[in-house]
Design a protein around this ligand. Structure first.
Ligand SMILES: NC(=O)c1ccc[n+]([C@@H]2O[C@H](COP(=O)([O-])OP(=O)(O)OC[C@H]3O[C@@H](n4cnc5c(N)ncnc54)[C@H](O)[C@@H]3O)[C@@H](O)[C@H]2O)c1
Ligand SMILES: O=C(O)C1=N[C@H](C(=O)O)CCC1
Length: 269
């Protein structure tokens, strides 16, 4: 069995990951940890996630548990994630990184650290969203420059980063489809007398409201008609299931950074 360490085990995602790891035939929920001072420390993580006693008591900090597992599943906060990656590199532990909000500098550092450990890093672990990433690129490439590309994302009011990592990836894929660099054409805020829209812009707008799990719409708007590609998450369980799938996949890989396209076999689409 592959022993799994869950970072942020008391979080919205951590709790569901614990459940999905418990249910995976090749995974064993071996250890869990939380942020220093978290009220969850010392509690049974299984109980938190599914009402199932499974005897995994939440510890404080990765260093306290890193020797108990083969792979770390991380849905925490971008600064914490980078600390864990540095430790994983020192201890040659695999990682599944679901945390978003990582900067370009973080991702560059992660690429260097991953010379010493294998990791899957993905802003969205859902199968359908990863198919949507591919559809966004292909749709943009087919329609070309005569269609304005805009993205709207909606999430719950507790989400700390914006735009969502998924929205940024959708925009990046669409930009690739039409041969643009997202860093040059992304417009994430519009306010005041903004003037006419530049045709090459890719707009990304954010909604934060109530308990919305995660919704993304990609607009390809032309004169007189448009295409909308839409994904709506019904629960966090499909993200957690994707993370468990990635954890079972990554432990046999060479060191380096992989995506969910690699895990799901979507790379050639
Ligand atoms: N890739 C995906 O499919 C996917 C899906 C959902 C959420 N996310 C991302 O996952 C992250 C977490 O989302 P969430 O809704 O679970 O948030 P959350 O705030 O509910 O959970 C985060 C947990 O991490 C803990 N944490 C923070 N710093 C820590 C540290 N240094 N050590 C240990 N634990 C620490 C917090 O105490 C909290 O319990 C966000 O970045 C979100 O965007 C990604
Ligand atoms: O709930 C969240 O936070 C989510 N974050 C990811 C993102 O930023 O894209 C994935 C969707 C849910």
């Amino acid at each position: 069995m592959i022993k799994v360490i869950i970072a942020g085990a008391a979080g919205r995602m951590g709790r569901r990951v614990a459940l999905m790891v418990n249910r995976h035939p090749r995974l064993e929920f071996a250890a869990a940890f939380e942020a220093p001072g978290s009220p969850a420390i010392g509690k049974d993580a299984g109980f938190l996630s599914a009402g199932e006693e499974n005897g995994v008591i939440i510890g404080e900090g990765l260093e306290s548990v890193i020797d108990q597992g083969d792979v770390i599943i991380d849905f925490t906060f971008h600064k914490a994630t980078m600390e864990f990656a540095r430790l994983a590199a020192q201890h040659n532990r695999a990682m599944v990184i679901g945390t978003t909000g990582l900067s370009a500098e973080d991702l560059a550092e992660l690429g260097g650290l991953a010379k010493n450990f294998p990791c899957v890093q993905a802003p969205n672990m859902s199968v359908c969203v990863n198919v949507l990433f591919k559809l966004a690129k292909k749709t943009a490439a087919i329609l070309g420059d005569d269609y304005d590309i805009e993205i709207i994302e909606a999430h719950h009011n507790k989400k700390k980063d914006a735009p969502s990592g998924t929205a940024l990836k959708l925009a990046e894929m669409a930009a690739e489809g039409v041969g643009r660099k997202l860093s040059e054409v992304a417009v994430c805020e519009r306010n005041g007398i903004i003037g006419e829209r530049r045709s090459e812009e890719i707009g990304i707008q954010t909604i934060r409201a109530a308990d919305i799990v995660g919704e993304h719409t990609v607009y390809f708007a032309g004169q007189g008609e448009r295409i909308e590609l839409v994904h709506r998450a019904h629960s966090r369980d499909h993200f957690a299931r994707g993370a468990a799938t990635a954890a079972a996949w990554i432990v046999d890989r060479e060191n380096g950074v992989y995506s969910m396209f690699d895990v799901l076999g979507l790379d050639d689409l």
